[in-house]
Design a binder for this molecule. Structure first.
Ligand code: GRF
Length: 192
């Protein structure tokens, strides 16, 4: 990842689909002086994504692409990212699998947060799978995005204890709290 020069921050886009608590958290992190990034663009797959309110609140440009045609959506997103000179893409609960072609174009510049201790539990329903398997530990991972789902190089992970009274909802809540610490830490790590 390119080193920081002077006071210029790396122009970053955050892709969301839902609540956007990670988006809010990354925006807040980007505002602090030591943060290597600025958030210049929010991309959502749905206009119903609750997280879009944070783009409004922090006056960040937002675009919505419905992905009815993947090819068209990705083409438009590529153009947008180039136009806005985006150098880093943070996927934060973005529920679409980007194509190989798109990922190749932005090779090494897309990162994702996943709610499990990868390589365990790639894909969906990570918390119920961990509980059903009687795991003692769950957690979250920030990793580089490659064409293979949830398989790119791991940047940072954070473990979370699973206790007997945990259910998928309570575990998701605990893990999300750690995600909010992990994403900024991972961004700091890749630019250091
Ligand atoms: C997070 O748990 C993230 O790891 C997963 O989707 C959730 C998104 O939460 N991929 P939010 O929209 O950032 O609140």
């Amino acid at each position: 990842m390119e080193k920081l020069t002077g006071l210029k921050k790396i122009k970053t886009a955050v892709f969301i689909s839902g609540t956007g608590s990670n988006l809010k958290n990354i925006i807040k992190f980007s505002k602090i002086k030591k943060s290597p990034i600025s958030i210049n663009q929010v991309v959502s797959k749905s206009r119903l994504a609750k997280g879009l309110k944070y783009a409004d609140q922090f006056k960040i440009k937002k675009k919505i692409y419905n992905f009815k045609s993947y090819k068209e959506a990705e083409k438009k997103i590529s153009l947008l990212l180039r136009k806005e000179k985006i150098k880093l893409v943070c996927l934060a609960g973005f529920m679409k699998i980007l194509s190989k072609k798109f990922i190749k174009k932005f090779d090494g510049k897309i990162i994702n947060i996943h709610p499990s201790l990868l390589p365990k539990y790639k894909g969906l329903n990570t918390h119920s799978r961990a509980i059903n398997n009687k795991d003692k530990l769950a957690g979250c991972t920030v990793h580089f995005v490659t064409a293979k789902l949830d398989s790119g190089k791991i940047i940072l992970q954070k473990k979370v204890k699973i206790v007997a009274r945990d259910n998928p909802t309570s575990l998701a809540k605990k893990v999300l709290k750690q995600e909010h610490k992990l994403y900024p830490a991972a961004i700091m790590k890749i630019f250091n």
